[in-house]
Ligand binder design. Sequence first.
Ligand code: UN1
Length: 510
Amino acid sequence: MDFPAQLGIEKVNSGASSGSQWLSASEQDRLMVSSPVDAKPIAAIQPCSSEAFEQIIEVAQRAFLHWRMVPSPKRGELIRKIGIELRKHKTPLGRLISYEMGKSLQEGWGEVQEMIDICDFAVGQSRMLYGRTIASEREQHKMVEQYQPLGVVGVLTAFNFPAAVWAWNAMIAAVCGDVILWKPSSKVPLTAIAIQKIIGPIVKAEGLPEGIFSLVIGKGKTIGEKIIQDHRIPLVSFTGSIPTGRHVATVLANRFGKSILELGGNNAVILAPDANLKLAVPAIVFGAVGTAGQRCTTIRRLIIHESIFDTVKKALIKAYASLKVGDPLDESVHVGPLIDKEAVLCFTTALEQVKKQGGKIIRGGKVLTGSSYKSNCYVEPALVMAENHFPIVQEETFAPILYLIQYSGHISNAIRIQNSVKQGLSSSIFTNSIQTAEEFLSPCGSDCGIANVNMGTSGAEIGGAFGGEKETGGGREAGSDAWKAYMRRQTIAVNFGDQLPLAQGIKFEL
Ligand code: UN1
């Protein structure tokens, strides 16, 4: 296994970097990272100390003073070079993601591709930070709106996307003139170290200062908490659970900081009576078991019309029987391990709960043991007959459990079931009827941030704004106009005349 070394991962790594420099980090609480694939230790990390954190913030603040004055198309030029370098590292980086996180190699490479795509997008965006002109009501006045950089942006990412979610945030924030402080999940910090080692030298070679992209590794309770509390960080983008997101939002709101939240999903697919099952079945299986059910966008609920329920159930049982669970680096494998034993416990506990609440497991659900599954993190993806109101179905269990739920009558009944959860990230419908599809996309349709037709709920392209409603947090990242969240908006009025007319026609004479 040569990819960790190829990417500059050492036996013991510092968990604090201001760009190309690595600070001496804490000797205490050394973090040993082992793979969920085979339980073997990969490398150790010295977490970022309080002193190193202070230094990094100071360097980042200094970098911002320079970076905000670099013309944004020039900032885009740096991102273009990062995209080129990521292309060169796609093979080993995808392998590291797969080995450290456990997702299939295809999905590991897909994640690097998502980084490359957002780089390309950000390069274009760097020439399109458009404001607008506004008609002034006063004579010889003009009004315009412009967008200015914000400062140090904290990006707190989750274990399930060790690379791409940072890139969505960081590449866009960087062309906006911000500097980025990344705290990855301490379950997958080696991917972050590898990325930092790719980009740090590029920034340096361009003659740009340290501190545009910094990295701090440590526990959420220590380093994560420092970031959300710090007044020097005007914006925090957080991806993770709803309870932690609620805490992040509260702390940020209390100090009038900005937040972008990407929290849990409880995504549903609706199968209308006229659904094309040739499309639907593979889409559902990929959406439910891809990344071993650990995407925010994973399909968790399948809302099936009663007229096709038995056919769909049989087709899914058959498809699940052909799934290969095992080493995700083996390209014939569909499903790798869960991230850790805690995640396995969540899977088994949820299945116990669903049985108690009246559900029935119709396929899978076992924890796999034996020499191919040494880490004890492998599970058989489960198909479960359930009802939407079961408390466990209302929750997001970050594991491959797909609840089969029946509906009858009009499509509005399925939409009502779909929307009857607290989360609102992604949704989809399979139908060949324009009326049904358009009702799903109408104001009385899906209440989610993402609504797809004739495809699954996961695997969004970076060109769209990514995020969800309700307890998913309301944030938007990646494409479309998501860049605006990384900038401060300024409304400008200029008087080019020799009179001083007041707005609203107010008279004030001296
Ligand atoms: C996540 O699970 O946090 O749409 C992000 C998708 C991916 C991103 C998921 N492009 O499934």
